[in-house]
Design a protein around this ligand. Structure first.
Ligand SMILES: Cc1cc2nc3c(=O)[nH]c(=O)nc-3n(C[C@H](O)[C@H](O)[C@H](O)COP(=O)(O)O)c2cc1C
Length: 314
């Protein structure tokens, strides 16, 4: 199956930036999950401070256009955001602002922020781990740009000592108990964590949510003529456990319909799965094979398993 593509970058271009380290770690964790990751540095996309006169004279700079297109070819974006005075860095805000101004006809405004998932992390030497910059960044992305931002996020506190020699996050569980107690006193909230498990969790939820929200799903398209309604009820009840096991959900289930062209059977059902492979797997499973037998004598059906579409939209 085609994996999701995720773009990763930090809101800092400082040498030895903690957030660049966090971005590198997220890249590694995502790659281990079979995600196609692109890590960039904003140092390679310098932009002037946004000014409406500059834009009016010459439009958005080429680097803003390049970044917007990079967003566009990825299903998800992970941003490691440093905290400056309880907010995001001017570098990050300026970059996001410029990208929001790029509009390539005939697409709607803010296209770079739509139809993809954003995941956030922060690292700071302070005890809040840059948490407040995540609030500010969420505000900009969700309210300003209409983006979908995952609830899961990571804030790495005491960043100067949080990374080990291999730039992995130290595992708190391996630290002496007294140290752990001291740390949790300093940062009681679950938002400030340094465990690698947490980072892995964020990578996993990012990848899973990108798949869930953005990537092409798989469908059963079924048309059924029922000859024995009572017997069909037994089939409809038995299939529920199978669908639950494979994560299938009804998108269409015998709703009102009018056949406009060609021929259709009387009962139309569409069931959605997280991807095409799962839709096929469910149909071919021994569990469904057993349930299907219940339908054979009480209904006639046409069933197609089809891959969904995640390309450009009108
Ligand atoms: C202007 C400025 C304001 C800052 N304000 C905060 C802050 O509010 N909270 C915080 O945790 N760190 C603050 N810091 C410290 C940064 O978190 C720290 O410099 C961090 O290393 C920046 O991220 P980086 O390592 O990825 O470059 C501030 C730094 C600067 C330069």
């Amino acid at each position: 199956m085609r994996g999701p593509k995720i773009l990763v970058f930090a809101g800092s271009i400082r040498t030895a930036s903690f957030n660049a380290k966090l971005a590198a770690l997220a890249t590694k964790e995502l790659a281990l999950l079979n995600v196609e990751v692109t890590r960039i540095s904003l140092a390679d996309f310098p932009l002037p401070i946004y000014d409406g006169d500059t834009e009016a004279q010459s439009g958005p700079p080429q680097n803003a256009v390049k970044l917007k297109r990079l967003f566009g070819i990825h299903h998800g974006v992970f941003i490691a955001s440093p905290e400056y005075n309880a907010s995001v860095t001017p570098l990050l805000k300026n970059t996001l602002d410029w990208i929001s101004r790029v509009r390539e006809a005939p697409e709607p405004p803010l296209a770079a922020y739509k139809r993809r998932v954003f995941a956030l992390g922060a690292a700071s030497n302070g005890t809040y781990g840059g948490y407040r910059s995540l609030i500010a960044l969420r505000h900009v992305l969700e309210l300003g740009c209409g983006a979908l931002v995952l609830p899961d996020q990571i804030a790495v506190r005491e960043a100067a000592t949080a990374f080990d020699g291999l730039d992995n996050l130290r595992d708190e569980a391996s630290e002496p108990a007294a140290d752990r107690a001291r740390q949790s006193r300093r940062c009681g909230a679950s938002v400030c964590v340094t465990e690698r498990t947490r980072e892995r969790h964020v990578a996993e939820t990012t990848a899973a949510n990108v798949k869930r929200w953005i990537m092409a799903k798989g469908y059963w398209l079924a048309q059924v003529d029922v000859s024995d309604a009572e017997a069909y009820k037994a089939y409809a009840a038995a299939i529920q456990d199978v669908l639950r096991k494979f994560g299938g959900r009804y998108v269409v289930r015998a709703g009102r319909s009018e056949t406009m062209e060609g021929k259709a059977r009387s009962r139309l059902v569409t069931i959605e799965f997280k991807d095409y492979e799962t839709a096929l797997g469910c149909y071919r499973s021994p569990e469904y094979g057993r349930v299907r037998k219940l339908r054979e004598h009480c209904a006639q059906a046409d069933v197609v398993v089809v891959e969904g579409y995640d390309g450009a939209q009108p």
